[in-house]
Design a protein around this ligand. Sequence first.
Ligand SMILES: Nc1nc2c(ncn2[C@@H]2O[C@H](COP(=O)(O)OP(=O)(O)OP(=O)(O)O)[C@@H](O)[C@H]2O)c(=O)[nH]1
Ligand SMILES: [Mg+2]
Length: 296
Amino acid sequence: MPEFRSGYASIIGRPNVGKSTLINKLVGFKVAITVDRPQTTRNRILGIRDRADAQIVYIDTPGIHKTDKRIFNRMMNRAVSASLEDVDVVLFLIEARGWTEQDAMALGVLKKHKVPAILVINKIDRLKDKGRLLPLIETVGAKHDFIEIIPVSAKTGDGVDALEQLIVQKLPAGEPIFPPGQITNQSDMFFAAELVREQLSRRLYHELPHKTAVMIEAWEDTPELLKINAVIWVEKPGQKAIIIGNKGKHIKQVGMAARKELEATFGKKVYLGLWVKVRPDWSENPNSLKDLGYLE
Ligand SMILES: Nc1nc2c(ncn2[C@@H]2O[C@H](COP(=O)(O)OP(=O)(O)OP(=O)(O)O)[C@@H](O)[C@H]2O)c(=O)[nH]1
Ligand SMILES: [Mg+2]
């Protein structure tokens, strides 16, 4: 019998490259929400994968973006840096369609940490001409001393088993870090709030500002029914009107879709009450960020 291995693998890269989609595929369960817009993930999320020969603790992180003075943006980039400390391997994600300025900035963050990194080229399902992969591998491979380069599709799962195999080889021998069977470090309440935020972002993609948050205010769990009251925070009154929509149309759609997701996740009937509240500058208020579970 080969020795059991265990360790941490961080997933980093610019916003929207597919980090959260990849962690879900690698873990085999949905642990992170995914939306086709940048800056969806706001904090570090663990996804734990148990194999017969290894336990891999994946860390999903917010997309690396230009830092400014705003607490909210700094908080996200800090979550990335924290995810590069004491990990065994990093998955550095880019998209198959090419290298961008934002990728260069993300690589700059990786370079500040002495940690072995695998270059993962994602979204290869979208690539019509596979011949473009080789030149990309060559140019990006020259920018950093990656230990491996692997093309995948987080969406279809193409290449993901091979990636997992590579990761396991980079882990040290050791006992499981988490009790086998534990999938994530997030609380049910935090994940429920994330599921509401996911539906909100997906449905109001064009209209919605980035600065919305979801706060669970009441949580009552019985064997038959999970009762949740949640408040959507926005920063301006106009944003509240958009989320509610004409005769409550938008918020009803979001509520219905989120309830379905919640019922599938928790395996029981769910009542979901949603309210919208204006809370100016919540994203610049450390106490709010703590209440929302974004600041550790
Ligand atoms: N076609 C295709 N789409 C993908 C793939 N991986 C991710 N996507 C899509 O890309 C979009 C962004 O995916 P996310 O997983 O949320 O990206 P992220 O890197 O976590 O984004 P942030 O959290 O904002 O940094 C979503 O619409 C995904 O469905 C892939 O392999 N192929
Ligand atoms: Mg994400």
